[in-house]
Structure formats: C-alpha cells, structure tokens
Design a protein around this ligand. Structure first.
Ligand SMILES: [Zn+2]
Ligand SMILES: [Zn+2]
Length: 263
C-alpha cells in the first residue's frame, strides 16, 4: 500500500540530514582520504561510503579526486576547473556540478591526476553508473517516506548538497580571512555547515593535513568525525600537521602546496 500522505517538515529534515551526511562523506572520504591521502579509511567503512555517495551524489570518486587535485595544482588560473576569479562567483556557486562533470570528462584530467585510482570491478558494474545509483537512492527514500514526501526530500537534499559544495569553491575563494598566503579564504560559519571545508585557506596552505582547523577558534566538524573514526579503528590519520605549522611563515607553505597536492 503506497503512502500518499505529504509531510513537508519531515522532507525538510530528511533532505538536510542526507545533504549533511553527503558533505561529511565527501570531506572525510573523498577529499581528506582519497584525494590528499591525509588519512586512510578502513575497507569496512570505505565500501558503505562508496555505496552511499553513489546513491546520494552519483559522483565517481576518481573523477572528484582528479578535478580537485587539478584545482590545487592550478588554483585561480585558467586551468583551474572552478575558479570564481576566472569564471565568476555565481557560475561556480550555481553550476559547480556541471563544471566538475565537464572537466572530469575532458579525456586528460582523470588520466593525469587520478593515476592511482583506477576503476575496479565494482566501479565498472555499479558506481560508474550515476543514474542507477541516484535512481536507487531516490526510490529508497520514496519507499520509506512515501513518494510525495520522498521526492521533496530528494530535491531538498540535492539543492543542499550542491549549494554547500558550490559554496566551498565560490565563497571559499572570495569572502573571508586569508591568514596564509593563498587565494582561498577561511569562514567559520561556512566551515560549521560544510564539515570544516569552509577553512579553505588553511586547507590550501596544508593540503595533506587531515585537520583543517589550525587555531582554537576554528571549527572543523569533519576532523571531529575523523577523530571518532580513529578511536573506532575505522580510519588512520597519516598527516595531522596543521597545528604545528599554524604560526610558521606562510611563503614556504604556499610553495609546498602545488608540489604536494598535484601528485
Ligand atoms: Zn580551493
Ligand atoms: Zn583539497
């Protein structure tokens, strides 16, 4: 029996919770883990995260990693896939996913920047098929909440996830503090709702640090999750050097950024 009742408040809560879960999975697993190798995620957790990201975002991890490594290697130049300084703030904020997709399918970015992340059998069978994953995700939500509430929750999730991801790249290179010598910015309010990604200036200064907060007043919820996963032995931090380097001169940091992150 299909539940045709409509509960917009429930849709709002579920949509926002799933969007935030996607943001946490993106920063911990895709960004700090796969892309920068700042931490290693245990296979017992990596597989459910791959399945969740497939159903919630449809993204291919190796493509996300390649586009993001290219962003670090060519920050705010014409080769940057999503620079608000080059493409304009609103194009990056609103069309972030389209920019990712276009660069990821250009035939060279993934080959050059994601050599270490070749597709495995699960990718070929399941995870490379974005619409299959998204379709399963939306269907599951509709089965649990009913089709009307489920569809609204899916739309709220998509708007929330895409909006927050776009803000990291648009706001995170436009508005906020620049304690280190790079073009990215730190914004605590953005960091609070993006699992720490809003500390983007810190991140560009130390791309291989699993911790994005370098000072006591900076908020990095993604790091709190990493710490808990570490205690549960589901993640192992490889580099956590932000606090040690927070007060060091920044010229060497910005020089190091390109070399390390463009691996
Ligand atoms: Zn950036
Ligand atoms: Zn990064």
């Amino acid at each position: 029996m299909i539940d045709w009742s409509f509960n917009p408040l429930l849709a709002l809560v579920v949509g926002l919770v799933v969007a935030e879960a996607g943001i946490f999975a993106t920063t911990v697993y895709l960004h700090r883990g796969l892309t920068h190798r700042a931490l290693t995620v245990h296979p017992a957790l990596a597989l459910p995260l791959r399945i969740f990201l497939w159903m919630a975002t449809g993204m291919r991890p190796r493509e996300w990693a390649a586009v993001h490594r290219r962003h670090h290697a060519a920050t705010d130049t014409v080769d940057d896939p999503h620079s608000p300084a080059i493409l304009g703030f609103w194009r990056v904020q609103l069309a972030n996913a389209a920019l990712y997709r276009r660069i990821a399918r250009d035939g060279e970015t993934v080959t050059k920047y994601a050599k270490d992340l070749p597709p495995d059998r699960l990718d070929r069978w399941f995870f490379d098929h974005a619409f299959l994953g998204l379709g399963i995700g939306v269907t599951l939500v509709c089965l649990v909440l009913g089709p009307l509430t489920g569809l609204l929750a899916s739309v709220i999730h998509a708007v929330g996830y895409l909006g927050l991801s776009g803000a990291v790249n648009a706001v995170g290179h436009t508005v906020g503090k620049r304690p280190h010598e790079n073009s990215a910015t730190n914004t605590n309010a953005l960091a609070l709702i993006t699992a720490g990604e809003g500390l983007h200036n810190n991140h560009h200064a130390e791309p291989t640090s699993a911790r994005f907060a370098f000072r006591w007043q900076e908020i990095d919820p993604g790091w709190w999750v990493v710490r808990v996963l570490g205690l549960l032995r589901l993640a192992q931090v490889r580099h956590e050097d932000g606090r040690l380097r927070a007060d060091r001169p920044t010229a060497s940091s910005s020089t190091r950024t390109g070399a390390v992150s463009a691996r």
